[in-house]
Design a protein around this ligand. Structure first.
Ligand code: AMP
Ligand code: MG
Length: 325
């Protein structure tokens, strides 16, 4: 079943074309703020400007004609309202003009579904570490339950904010990873695991004040990574122990980090479990994960009528009834 998926929750506007679980194309355009953090209105304007070009490129590189499209899926939330509305509007228009059904997809759920579509994972605990989101998610009792999550900002936002204060442009995460590789040294930062949840803003504050005291950028980058990733791996491991699941799956842009991948792999190995990492273009926000999830939902009988297709900025992972598993 051929489906066009539209992603527009935050920085990235992306369209993916799939045939069932098979990814045929992904085309994306990322909004990069000229200064400071993401400005929702500016990001939405970027998405509106880029939408047509991204869609045309995705269709042509998939080698799929409009007459072949059987389904349209879009990211319904969670995310920034103005950004979400650009993708939703385009998806509604496509669905209406092609006369094919529309499916609204939860963005966090889509990170898990694409992972199971392209890696060998079947029933994983997902460690979803991205700019705006940080959650540990697993299937239990008909839904994807959030076993742990950030109590303040997403881990990627924290990395990007720290980087910005250091004069490193967005996205800062990859550059901090390089800096961290140049040293084996680390300083102590607040390790903030509260129950199954994590918090990052205290670490950011502490790191900034240590920088003022003259600790090098390399050592701070390494310390931030070691501390934050250890927190994430601890919570993910406890979710695995609690649910009895034997797979960990990574998702989100921060999961492109080699050190985080290595730590997850070690943890999995020590418990006789397996660690799965999708390729980078499917870890970051992309339209194909939305399309793959849309097909899975549609095949289980889910459609989103026009009157229910409004965007949901605070759409929770565990609100979705997972009828397709
Ligand atoms: P996403 O929100 O999933 O689109 O991912 C974007 C986030 O991933 C940004 O905060 C980036 O700084 C972060 N990121 C991308 N690559 C890396 C990396 N290698 N290490 C750490 N963070 C990364
Ligand atoms: Mg994401």
């Amino acid at each position: 079943m051929k489906c066009v998926g539209v992603e527009s929750t935050a920085h990235t506007f992306s369209v993916g074309v799939v045939d069932g679980d098979r990814v045929l194309s992904i085309e994306s355009s990322m909004y990069v703020p000229s200064e400071g953090g993401i400005h929702p209105r500016e990001a939405a304007d970027h998405h509106a400007r880029e939408a047509r070009g991204v869609l045309d490129r995705a269709m042509s590189s998939a080698g799929v004609g409009w007459e072949d499209v059987e389904l349209v899926a879009f990211s319904q939330g969670p995310g920034l309202g103005p950004c979400l509305r650009v993708g939703a509007t385009m998806a509604r228009a496509m669905s209406a003009s092609l006369g094919v059904p529309l499916v609204g997809v939860n963005h966090c759920v889509a990170h898990l579904e694409i992972g199971t579509a392209v890696t060998g994972a079947t029933d994983p605990v997902l460690l979803y570490a991205s700019g705006g989101n940080t959650q540990v998610i697993a299937f239990s009792n008909g839904r994807y339950r959030v076993f742990g999550e950030t109590l303040d900002i997403g881990i990627g936002n924290m990395l990007d904010k720290f980087a910005r204060e250091m004069g490193i442009p967005f996205p800062g995460g990859p550059r901090l990873e390089e800096l961290a590789r140049d040293t084996g040294e680390m300083v102590s930062l607040p390790y903030s695991v509260k129950g199954m949840d994590v918090a990052f803003s205290g670490i950011l504050t502490a790191a900034l004040s240590l920088r003022e005291k003259g600790i090098s950028l390399e050592v701070l980058s390494n310390s931030i990574q070691e501390t934050c990733f250890a927190m994430l791996v601890e919570v993910a491991e406890r979710a695995m122990a609690h649910t009895g699941k034997e797979e960990i799956l990574l998702g989100g842009g921060v999961a492109a980090n080699r050190r985080l991948q290595e730590m997850c792999d070690i943890m999995a190995g020590e418990r006789g479990a397996r660690c799965f990492v999708p390729p980078r273009n499917l870890l970051v926000d992309n339209g194909a994960m939305i399309a793959v999830t849309g097909v899975r939902m549609y095949r289980a009988g889910v459609v989103t009528p026009l009157e229910n297709s409004g965007v949901r900025q605070r759409f929770r992972t565990d609100e979705v009834e997972v009828v397709w598993r």
